[in-house]
Design a binder for this molecule. Structure first.
Ligand code: SAM
Length: 326
């Protein structure tokens, strides 16, 4: 096996796979509320995703994360999870979801071989949840989180994108959840995509950390057992849950980047924040075999940028977050 190493000696062993660009929420910072979605023929079939994963696994990709859009909008996601989890070389398949449909799928996903889930939740207040997502389904999300915990999809991580003047006053409420409910909460800086997408600006991770320490006590560094990625983890004194901080904008972690993204329409994106993509669906549908897919994946590695240019007029323009997979 030849390992997948990019031009800056970074080993690529992780792929995030968007299985659909459809979502049952319309978060103001993630998507244009009226943008059309792709028709069925344009998105990869499960068998096509499996082919690409087999090629990637042959090059050393070991971890997969399913995302979207909202992955649970796709019919029979279990079938894909099962195929991917049983692929030679794949150690872990996880899911990022908005949680609205998680309660009824958690057990089935676990049985199919899913390891764990991250649930996105930006407010604990029903009216505000509705303002951000365009939906009143916060209760379903909270039930989904509990169902995932009970199904053993642990650690269930709760991702909160901190939005200036929209939900930044809830940081302490989320942090308290690590004390009272054992939640594992991660705070994510808002990334400006396609003209800012209805959010007012980024709240820096260092400010989020300072406000938590000022009110709830010293943050103790904590090394997670799995899935640390770009987050830095801490705990509040005596908290059963953890706090993660992802400074996507103010703390560049590109030097440790180990990932690719596969869009629902079959484009391999070396960097979330760069519009460059390699089409895999076209070659696949014209009959490309595993060797050809491997060659294209290797080419994508050579095209991976050293670092993103967000904040220097480097905002991605071709796709919104919903269309990439986050
Ligand atoms: N529907 C799923 C969900 O809600 O988790 C998966 C797709 S969503 C695009 C993945 C993650 O990207 C979510 O946690 C979302 O909050 C985050 N996200 C979307 N737009 C973002 C932005 N502009 N900056 C930071 N995070 C963003």
């Amino acid at each position: 096996m030849t390992d997948l190493v990019d031009s800056f000696s970074r080993r690529i062993n992780y792929m995030r796979i968007s299985v659909t660009d459809r979502c049952d929420l319309r978060c103001i910072y993630c998507t244009d509320r009226f943008d059309p979605t792709l028709s069925h023929d344009y998105i990869l079939r499960y068998e096509e995703i499996h082919q690409i994963v087999k090629a990637a696994a042959g090059l050393g990709v070991k971890k997969l994360r399913l995302t979207g859009g909202e992955a649970l909008m796709r019919m029979d996601l279990y079938r894909l999870v099962e195929m991917l989890a049983q692929t030679d070389g794949i150690d872990e398949v996880s899911l990022t979801t908005n949680g609205t449909q998680l309660a009824r799928h958690a057990d089935g996903l676990k049985t199919a071989g899913l390891s764990r889930v991250n649930v996105s939740l930006d407010s604990l207040k029903p009216d505000r949840f509705e303002r951000i997502t365009g939906s009143d389904r916060i209760k379903d999300v909270l039930e989904g989180i509990e169902a995932a915990r009970k199904a053993g999809l642990n650690p269930v991580k709760i991702n909160m994108v901190v939005l200036k003047d929209l939900n930044d006053d809830e940081v302490l409420d989320f942090a308290r959840k690590t004390l009272t409910d054992g939640w594992h909460v991660r705070f994510i800086e808002h990334m400006p995509f396609v003209n800012g997408n209805g959010a007012n600006g980024t709240v820096a991770i260092k400010d989020i950390m300072s406000s938590i320490e000022a009110s709830l006590g010293k943050l103790e560094p904590h090394l997670p057992t799995s899935g640390n990625g770009p987050a830095r983890y801490y705990k509040l004194p005596d908290a059963p849950g953890t706090l993660g901080f992802i400074g996507a904008v103010t703390e560049c972690f590109c030097a440790e980047c180990n990932r690719f993204r596969l869009t629902a329409d079959g484009h391999l994106r070396p960097c979330l924040l760069d519009d460059d993509e390699i089409d895999l669906k076209g070659p696949l549908r014209r009959g490309a075999d595993i060797t050809e897919l491997e060659r294209l994946i290797q080419e994508a590695a050579t095209r991976k940028q050293q670092q993103h240019h967000l904040g220097e007029n480097g905002t991605p323009e071709k796709r919104q977050m919903r269309q990439i997979g986050g």
